[in-house]
Design a binder for this molecule. Structure first.
Ligand code: PLP
Length: 521
């Protein structure tokens, strides 16, 4: 029997109530396509209404396409349901975010509206991509994963799992891992860290979410580097932050514009700005700290790739310069171990320890125990240090080959960000086509190169980087990087794009590749 709840004294007629309830059951999927309905006679008897009431309601539903009445065999829910009649939202259909019936007449809400601003952050990038040689900016090269050591640690810890997995752990992360992270960051980034200040998160991405939950409400100003990491900008926007763009120059994010803002959070990537690669100067770091202190703002320092530094010692982290009072420092193991580990951390000023623990417990009651203990053992046993040393050397060789090859085959290209991380930004001279066109030519040569837009950067206003390529090199051997640049140069030549490149006045200028920190164009 169809579960109908008719109210004899209700405003709507009984026939309308039967119609509404059956239609709602079809839309909700309770009555599935193809389901046979009881006869009008049975329904009328069961519901104690006249048969005519049921017949008229069935006829209306049939006219609108919800039911099919076959003479001799009965009445069925239509299969398939005509979309123009029902518009049941399926996963991914716009109705899920705009939950209104699409048929004419007044709009009827089907579901509550989604209150968060949703924008897509596509991070999936497993294994080899579609290009033979891929300069994709990515987390870590899967070929480098320390499989043997990781397997040993998994086996060692498996016998301890049952007691640890049967209960909840501390939301801020297990002590062993927080101690290991505190030591790692103190040793490598000269930030004095107490393990209590460490909150273990599902990557830097979760840390950005937690921070936003604490400090962002609709209209709150969040200053961001422009361009910046898309994953950060979208999180802030999802909480309806008013984004305040800070332009970049060769010293990093500019501070003066902040005076025109009311920013209570300032999101920066000072070690290796994403995506431009600029390192924030020491002077700018001090100015930023001073602005934040004077204006009671927090700085969110995303130190996503500082494990990789090739030229000279890294500049001190903001969190290390500030006695940890106004800097929330974010770190991640995505670039060293791999982003599939989904483990990162926030190091917060002491007065934020409790609020961060509380917000983390509301989010997910803490990170999985097994991942944490294996990582803690990996760090404490020296595995992480050894692993980083090994891959840093490999990346450094690829980086050198890449720079040499750009110099030889592409000419006077301005390179930013070569001192660290796993990508550089290469800005092509004026006589080259746009980065988007170069990427198209490169793809025909089997080479993946990316623009600011296609790399996961977020930019407010007209782009000043239309000739900038983002070249990630974590996936490539030195030989592949060299070959990739040669293929791009060949593709440009074949597409006759080098006509202008070869014009005599330009040859002299195109002999030198800057590994520069010149002003960004
Ligand atoms: C600048 C920047 N911040 C944060 C992240 C996210 O890191 P996680 O994987 O730890 O969430 C990335 C990822 O590539 C990044 O490029």
């Amino acid at each position: 029997m169809i579960p109908l709840h008719l109210k004899k004294a209700a405003g709507a007629t009984l026939q309308k109530q039967v119609y509404d309830e059956i239609r709602a059951a079809i839309l909700a999927g309770t009555l599935k396509p193809g389901t046979a309905l009881p006869s009008s006679r049975e329904c009328a008897r069961e519901l104690k209404v006249s048969r005519n009431t049921i017949v008229l309601a069935f006829e209306r539903l049939a006219n609108e396409g919800y039911l099919r009445m076959r003479s001799g065999s009965g009445t069925f829910v239509s299969d398939p349901l005509p979309e123009e009649c029902v518009g049941i939202p399926t996963l991914g259909s716009p109705e899920l975010t705009e939950p209104f019936a699409s048929s004419g007449g007044p709009k009827t809400p089907l579901y509550p509206a989604i209150l968060l601003k949703l924008e897509t952050l596509r991070m999936v990038q497993n294994g080899p991509g579609q290009h033979k040689i891929d300069f994709r900016y990515c987390s870590a090269n899967w070929r480098n994963f320390p499989l043997r050591e990781w397997r040993e640690l998994l086996i060692e810890n498996i016998s301890r799992t049952s007691t640890n997995i049967s209960g909840y752990g501390p939301p801020e992360g297990i002590l062993e891992l927080r101690q290991a992270i505190a030591k790692h960051v103190t040793n490598n980034r000269a930030i004095p860290v107490d393990p209590d200040q460490v909150i273990v998160t599902a990557g830097a991405q979760e840390a950005l979410n937690l921070v936003s939950r604490l400090f962002v409400r609709p209209g709150v100003q969040v200053a961001i580097e422009n361009p910046c990491y898309r994953g950060a900008a979208l999180v802030f926007r999802s909480f309806d932050a008013a984004l305040f763009p800070l332009p970049l120059d060769d010293e990093g994010a500019c501070i003066e514009p902040l005076d025109q803002s009311d920013a209570s959070l300032i999101y920066v990537t000072p070690s290796h700005q994403f995506p431009t690669g600029v390192t924030m100067s020491a002077k700018r770091r001090l100015e930023l700290l001073s602005w934040a202190e004077n204006n009671r703002a927090y700085i969110v320092e995303d130190d996503y790739d500082s494990d990789f530094r090739y030229d000279g010692p890294p500049l001190a982290a903001l969190a290390g310069l500030n006695n940890n009072t106004s800097v929330i420092y974010l770190g991640t193991f995505s670039k060293s171990v791999g982003s599939g580990l989904r483990t990162g951390y926030a190091i917060v000023p002491k007065h934020l320890i409790e609020p961060m623990r509380q917000i983390k417990s509301l989010a997910n009651c803490g990170h999985p125990w097994f991942e944490q203990i294996v990582l803690a053992d990996f760090i404490n046993g020296g595995g992480l240090e050894r692993h980083i040393r090994r891959i840093r050397q490999a990346y450094s060789q690829t980086r050198a080959a890449l720079l040499k090859s750009i110099h030889t085959h592409l000419g006077c290209v301005e390179i930013l960000g070569a001192a660290g991380g796993v990508h550089v930004m290469a800005t092509l001279p004026l006589h080259y086509p746009s980065a988007r066109d170069v990427a198209r030519v490169a793809a025909q040569e089997g080479v993946g190169v990316y623009t600011i837009e296609t790399t996961g950067a977020f930019e407010i206003g007209a782009s000043r980087h239309s000739r900038s390529l983002i070249l990630g090199y974590a996936l490539l051997s030195p030989e592949a990087a060299t070959e990739g640049i040669m293929r791009i140069a060949r593709g440009l030549r074949q597409a006759n794009i080098t006509e202008t490149m070869r014009s005599p006045g330009l040859v002299a200028r195109s002999v030198q590749t800057h590994v520069a920190t010149g002003a960004l164009r």
